[in-house]
Design a protein around this ligand. Structure first.
Ligand SMILES: [Zn+2]
Length: 296
């Protein structure tokens, strides 16, 4: 059974937060109408829609990321409604005054499983004391994981809405993840999109830290930065360094009506098969690893 390690929960609260960034008169409704995306409705409605999309594609479980700081409650409702299908992740800004308390609450009483850091977006370096403190708070909770976005960061919804995205992508350095992963060796760390352009650095980090995992999500268009690179070669190289047990399939699906992105799965399945990856290893990548790390 497939498990998707990387989807976004674009709740009404998510659009409300983006609307606030646009101006005092903008509303969540203005935004999703402008995008011609569906009204997400309540977290319960959106959670049900996600499960329908997973059912339609024979996907067993999916990680849903609260994709703006402060939206943990929406994802908490979704996972409480479908605990056997949905796993909660949440974006956190380590510079927030209540960051440590938010991490504790999200990973304990709210039942979420992974803290997600976007250093390039929030301007807090991975070696910063504030980052260390929130990771320490997550690592103290059994079963919790830490996701760190590295490499190129482009947030499609922000771009479409013309919201300023003055990200400092120097801060998303996978080598900075290795120091955190060495400090908290029992905590699984996830680097999405094979490091989003920093494949070499991600593999260097993974080679030195057995608790660093890579997610395979999105169209991986960063491949175009390296002449001649193919998804098949990316998989072969990643498996040769980190092994099949540390790759987690993901799509980066986010909004409706588009829903779950079958095309991303098809492209990865084709690449893995062309790379000659045995079925048992593909099973780990397409779900086994996710289900081991996020045992329900
Ligand atoms: Zn994503």
């Amino acid at each position: 059974m497939l498990s998707d390690a990387h989807c976004h929960f674009f709740s009404t609260a998510f659009f409300t937060a983006l609307a606030r960034q646009r101006g005092p008169t903008a509303s969540a409704q203005d935004l999703y109408q402008e995008l011609q995306w569906d009204d997400p409705g309540t977290p319960e409605t959106l959670a049900d829609r996600w499960v329908q999309a997973l059912d339609a594609n024979d996907v067993g479980r999916a990680a849903l990321i609260a994709s703006v700081p402060g939206d943990e409650a929406s994802v908490a409702i979704a996972i409480a409604r479908h605990p056997s299908r949905l796993v909660g992740f949440f974006m956190l800004d380590p510079s927030a005054i209540d960051a440590i308390e938010r991490v504790r609450r999200a990973l304990s009483e709210q039942g979420l499983r992974a803290l997600c850091l976007f250093p390039a977006m929030h301007g807090v370096p991975l070696h910063d004391e504030r980052t260390l403190r929130v990771v320490e708070a997550a690592a103290a909770i059994p079963g919790a994981a830490v996701f760190v976005h590295c490499g190129v960061l482009s947030v499609g919804v922000r771009r479409k809405l013309g919201l300023p995205s003055r990200f400092d992508i120097r801060l998303g350095d996978p080598l900075g993840v290795s120091r955190l992963a060495l400090t908290f060796p029992r905590t699984p760390f996830l680097v999405p999109h094979f490091g989003a352009g920093l494949l070499r650095e991600t593999l260097m980090a993974a080679d030195t830290c057995a608790n660093i995992h890579l997610d395979t999500s999105s169209s991986n268009s960063w491949i175009r930065y390296t002449p001649g690179l193919t998804l098949e070669a990316v998989f072969k190289t990643a498996i040769s360094v980190a092994g099949s047990r540390r790759l987690l399939f993901g799509t980066d699906s986010s909004f409706f009506p588009r829903g779950w992105q079958r095309g991303v799965y098809d492209a990865q399945k084709t690449a893995l098969t062309a790379a000659g990856v045995p079925a048992a290893d593909q099973d780990l990548i397409f779900g086994g690893n996710f289900d081991r790390i996020f045992a329900s």
